[in-house]
Design a protein around this ligand. Structure first.
Ligand SMILES: Nc1nc2c(ncn2[C@@H]2O[C@H](COP(=O)(O)OP(=O)(O)OP(=O)(O)O)[C@@H](O)[C@H]2O)c(=O)[nH]1
Ligand SMILES: [Mg+2]
Ligand SMILES: [Zn+2]
Length: 344
């Protein structure tokens, strides 16, 4: 038996971050209690130096030093197995927003209508998941709204086959009728998952359908814009279906973080068999001669939809990459007088 600690030494416990508001965190301790916790300033500074908006994300494992008022002080953050990140929005666009840490699967949630499926969003999120080696899947919610709309049904079937063909599981669900809810529940069992997607697609509604006791707040989509009202405001890790699932705030656009333009093609799974075959080793597959990807598009081994999406994402990745580099120079104050384009 180890010696009991002397009475005046602070009690240290470990746990899982289940909610992050930016200043306070909820931690589920390994003995099953929920504790409110704060972090030391040094973690904030460390996060800033690596351009993270927040030092802790839901899914992080932490060590707490218990305070006299029964709140915790985070004294250590365990190294992450993985993290799903996007570019922060607005004026913090030069930093990384970690949506969740240590997950087994990321589900991109979209709806059929109100708002309608946004394949560009899907691709960006799938690319981010691929870059972090997180298995991903697609949920097409509000399947009930397809009733009596054969053309929309065909369109949704097209996208569902496309993504399934790439190896991503696709589930049609309806929080309204219950369709697909059981199938989703089975996918969540025994795993740590995250749902992410635009506002109003029904992420929280789906989790309520799976676990009615959660009682998550939901609200109607704006009639005028068909967009959600950003009802969920903080990421929260919830116990559901014998696993954990993070409900997250809806996002307008899934910005890609920290990717060089020539890396992007590697995260389009169907590009991978052709990647070594381009004439130029750092080919970005949009204008270069002798490009195996462009050939594969011509030969219909790669769909025009995904290639078009690739070109769109490439354009924004290029722009952000350049802006990041310039911001980096500015911050270090070593910007050369003559700005030279980096060598191709
Ligand atoms: N018809 C239909 N409506 C649904 C379905 N799922 C959710 N809704 C409705 O869609 C609206 C938005 O649902 P939420 O669950 O708040 O959406 P969310 O994705 O969590 O949105 P944010 O928290 O803002 O990101 C609500 O009015 C829900 O009732 C569905 O399967 N079918
Ligand atoms: Mg929500
Ligand atoms: Zn190429």
């Amino acid at each position: 038996m180890p010696d009991a600690p002397p009475d005046d030494s602070p009690r240290e416990i470990t746990g899982l971050v289940t909610r992050s508001t930016g200043s306070w965190y909820d931690v589920r301790t390994d003995s099953g209690e929920d504790v409110r916790a704060r972090i030391r300033g040094k973690f904030r500074l460390e996060a800033e130096t690596i351009d993270e908006t927040n030092p802790l994300a839901v899914g992080d494992r932490v060590t707490l030093q218990m305070q006299e008022d029964e709140t915790g002080l985070v004294t250590a953050i365990a190294p992450r197995e993985n993290q799903l990140s996007r570019r922060a929005a607005g004026h913090r666009a030069r930093s990384e927003h970690v949506i969740v840490a240590n997950v087994d699967r990321a589900w991109c949630v979209q709806s059929t209508f109100q708002p309608k499926l946004n394949p560009g969003f899907v691709d960006r999120m799938l690319i981010a998941a691929e870059a972090s080696h997180i298995p991903a899947g697609l949920i097409l919610n509000k399947s009930d709204l397809l009733e009596g709309k054969p053309r929309a049904q065909d369109a949704l079937a097209f996208w569902s086959e496309l993504y399934e063909g790439l190896g991503y599981p696709v589930l049609f669900t309806s929080a309204e009728t219950g369709e697909g809810v059981e199938a989703f529940r089975q996918r969540l069992a025994g795993a740590v998952s995250v749902v992410s997607g635009p506002s109003g697609v029904g992420k929280s509604s789906l989790l309520n359908a799976i676990e009615p006791d959660l009682g998550l707040r939901v609200s109607e989509v704006s009639e005028k814009t068909n967009k959600g009202r950003h009802t969920t405001t903080f990421a929260t890790l919830l116990e559901a279906a014998g696993g954990w699932v993070a409900d997250t705030p809806g996002i307008r656009e899934f910005g890609i973080w920290g990717m060089a333009p020539e890396e992007l093609g590697g995260y389009f799974v169907e590009f991978r068999p052709f990647l070594g075959e381009c004439r130029y080793p750092n080919c970005t597959h949009d204008h270069e001669p002798g490009c195996a990807i462009q050939d594969a598009v011509d030969e219909e081994s790669i769909t025009p939809e995904r290639y078009g999406s690739y070109l769109n994402i490439l354009e924004s990745v290029r722009k952000e990459y350049r802006a990041d580099e310039e911001a980096d120079w500015r911050r270090r104050d070593v910007r050369p007088d003559v700005w030279e384009e980096p060598e191709e």
